[in-house]
Design a protein around this ligand. Structure first.
Ligand SMILES: Nc1ncnc2c1ncn2[C@@H]1O[C@H](COP(=O)(O)OP(=O)(O)OP(=O)(O)O)[C@@H](O)[C@H]1O
Ligand SMILES: [Mg+2]
Length: 234
């Protein structure tokens, strides 16, 4: 069953159009990736799905139309979002930040906090730490953790590896795989790092200037000469 189906999504900032008929689907328990350069429209895609940008088309979560709903309603339908640059409050503690994420899933707070702590033991050890004193990798963990506190079925993660050391990227990839394999989450990541995306995602969509230019499995895209040229330089 398709867990997230986006059809002919168009997004607008004022009179400027940022996405043009973007269609993607992710089935339950699948990781897919959107790859594209700066300005390709990756964040706009996520913001549109979450009801944070003006958009037309259809967005279905487990068969329910959600485009045009309020962001909190879309979260309550099971979509969790770890946005680019995290949007964390610098002077809030790790624990309070996670609890803020839980406001749409109050009944699940203890269970979800247990899951987040098992995935990221460092966040349990550093519960009282202020976000402003954390490393980039720790902030990425908090951002993912906050999204998981909403009890999502579908998790949207914008540039999970940006600015992070290779070792931390591997750790984040491991957590995303566990979320798919152990919790059955459907995950959509946006990446400029094509190698990371291809190593993690079952299927990849290539976004250029707001349009899907190619899609396929990691193997198919690696064999696509135009894609390899643009993203691997050979
Ligand atoms: N708030 C905004 N107002 C006007 N235009 C915007 C706004 N946000 C994004 N855009 C434009 O929409 C297009 C897509 O931007 P978007 O941020 O979605 O790209 P991206 O793929 O996420 O890039 P990056 O990798 O740099 O994060 C760009 O041309 C950008 O200038
Ligand atoms: Mg972006």
């Amino acid at each position: 069953m398709s867990c997230l189906t986006v059809t002919d999504l168009n997004a607008f900032y004022g009179r400027a159009q940022a996405l043009f008929n973007v269609s993607i689907r992710a089935t339950k328990g699948e990781i897919i990736a959107l790859i594209g350069a700066n300005g390709a429209g990756k964040s706009t895609f996520f913001d549109s799905v979450m009801g944070l940008a003006r958009a037309t088309g259809t967005v279905q979560v487990a068969g329910t139309d959600v485009l045009g709903r309020k962001p909190a309603t879309i979260v309550a339908h099971g979509v969790g979002y770890a946005p680019e640059r995290f949007n964390l409050f610098p002077y809030m503690s790790v624990r309070d930040t996670l609890l803020v994420g839980a406001y749409t899933a109050r009944g699940d707070i203890e269970r979800n906090l247990g899951i987040v702590h098992s995935l990221f033991p460092r966040l349990k050890e550093r519960e009282g730490q202020e976000i402003s004193t954390q490393s980039g990798g720790e902030r990425q963990m908090v951002s993912l953790g906050r999204a998981l506190m909403t009890s999502p079925q579908v998790l949207l993660v914008d540039e999970p590896t940006i600015g992070l050391a290779p070792k931390v990227c591997i750790e984040i990839a491991g957590v995303l795989r566990r979320l798919r394999d152990e919790f059955g989450l459907t995950i959509v990541i946006a990446e400029q790092n094509a190698n990371f995306a291809l190593s993690l995602a079952e299927r990849v969509y290539v976004l250029e200037s707001g349009r899907v230019k190619a899609e396929g499995t990691a193997a198919e895209l690696s064999e696509n000469e135009a894609f390899a040229e643009a993203y691997f330089g050979h």
